[in-house]
Ligand binder design. Structure first.
Ligand code: ZN
Length: 456
């Protein structure tokens, strides 16, 4: 004990900041002194804790969360008593996401949200509402407070009504809306009508990130200006009147739905992510024309869809971070490399030619600092038991160049002998400039709904 106290507490806290969440939990079990130090709020600031069945948590557990000044939680269905516990023990929450309600809800279910005065970030997924989800009184109370809202896979009574309510949340900077059908039937999902969507974009002046998606296949294509509402104060000559978006994610919007020049007004975008559900034979890939006006783009993610060769010519040279979830050949890599000379981060899918690809990468991308390869696996996340006070910790790369390799195959030794050999080769090829990291990235419960999370 005396030996432990030879180091000042600040230094211990600083040392613990380099540990993973799991390792911090191991430290907690050592002794009371270290337990107190490792629970220092600065070490848990970025944490989102998944709480499930709140009645089983002890006072000691809540005390730990309070001591850590925890502000973000993910919860499943909350019964009335559980709501009360949350309000009582964690009144200063800033973020709450309902990850898997899976039930039928009424308007009053969310009324308790107004009892968290610091709430700014709210999300809800996988449930059905048979009354308006954000009723008038709740939306008025949250109107100025909310900066982040995410709604995924929620069956609403009326989509347009919901979008009109969201338009009132004038301080929103982040909006995720992945649309599900209305009512109870298995009806076709219709996109949010142009007029309601434009109204939303014109009202949310501070919006920076928009993730827009839907399930199902609407029969009609959307109009040319769907993502480009005209400024109503400048009639006559067209002027874009929407928010200066820096990040856009399109989830399952088929090529047939958005027009060729859909992104022409979004020149402020620094990040674009396009997720395709299907590969469409015989439909022209629109990425080529979507990408060409985006001259400030830094981050590009393409998940699925057509072959790379169709759009590599228009990938902006400003891109420094590229994620691709399509089959990549050596030829594709050769043609992409000169397009993105400043590329620093590459994230690709493991395939048969990955070995040869990886070996060429240090030469093709001289600025590259991280490489991540994933094994294709399209399964949904299994609901896991939340360990008490468990939390995702960013698996940050230490300074310097690093390659991250990831394996989803359970039960296999990791890194497998093949991958280990590849890692050794990469080290050699880059003359040890490369640090190899094999840790898994943790899911960000607040931001990553089932549509976008690709983990196990
Ligand atoms: Zn989603």
């Amino acid at each position: 004990m005396e030996q432990l106290q030879r180091l000042p507490p600040e230094l211990w806290v600083s040392i613990f900041s380099y540990l993973s969440t799991e390792d911090r939990h191991v430290v907690r079990t050592c002794c009371r002194y270290l337990k107190r130090l490792v629970d220092h709020p600065s070490l848990w600031r970025a944490d989102t804790v998944l709480l499930s069945d709140l009645r089983r948590y002890t006072y000691g557990f809540w005390d730990t969360l309070r001591h850590r000044k925890l502000t973000r939680v993910a919860v499943r269905h909350l019964r009335r008593k559980e709501w009360r516990r949350l309000v009582k023990f964690l009144p200063s929450l800033t973020a709450i996401v309902f990850v898997d309600g899976g039930r039928l809800y009424r308007e009053k279910y969310l009324e308790n949200l107004a009892r968290f005065p610091a709430l700014r970030d709210f999300g809800v997924r996988n449930a059905t509402w048979d009354e308006p989800m954000l009723g008038r009184s709740l939306s008025e109370q949250l109107r100025d407070r909310l900066t982040h809202l995410s709604v995924c896979n929620i069956r609403l009574t009326c989509t347009v009504e919901f979008i009109n309510t969201v338009s009132q949340l004038v301080n929103l900077r982040y909006l995720l809306f992945h649309q599900q059908g209305e009512g109870y039937g298995l009806d076709t999902v219709r996109p949010v009508p142009c007029a309601a969507f434009h109204n939303l974009l014109l009202h949310l002046k501070k919006l920076q990130h928009l993730s827009w998606g839907m399930r199902g296949e609407p029969p009609e294509p959307l109009p040319e200006d769907y993502l480009s509402p005209a400024d109503p104060e400048q009639p006559g000559a067209f002027r874009y009147g929407g928010p200066a978006l820096t990040s856009l994610e399109l989830v399952d919007y088929p090529e047939t739905l958005l027009p060729e020049n859909a992104l022409r007004s979004l020149t402020s975008l620094r990040s674009l992510s396009v997720r395709y559900r299907y590969i469409r034979e015989g439909v022209e890939c629109r990425l080529r024309t979507w990408l060409s006006p985006l001259q400030q783009l830094e981050t590009l993610s393409i998940i699925g869809g057509n072959s790379l060769a169709v759009y590599t010519t228009t990938i902006p040279s400003s891109v420094t971070r590229l994620t691709l979830r399509v089959a990549i050949t050596l030829k594709d890599m050769d043609s992409i490399a000169p397009k993105v000379p400043a590329l620093e981060h590459l994230d690709i899918e493991q395939n048969r030619s990955s070995g040869s690809l990886c070996r060429r990468i240090p030469m093709l991308f001289p600025q590259l600092r991280t490489l991540r390869t994933v094994f294709p696996q399209r399964t949904r996340e299994r609901p896991a038991e939340p360990p008490p006070a468990a939390s995702p910790g960013a698996a940050g790369a230490p300074g310097g160049a690093s390659f991250i390799l990831r394996d989803y195959l359970n039960g296999h030794p990791w890194p497998s002998p093949g991958v280990q050999e590849l890692i050794n080769q990469l080290r050699e090829l880059s003359e040890n400039r490369i640090t190899v990291i094999t840790t898994m990235r943790q899911r960000n419960q607040l931001r990553e709904c089932d549509c976008v999370w690709e983990g196990d």
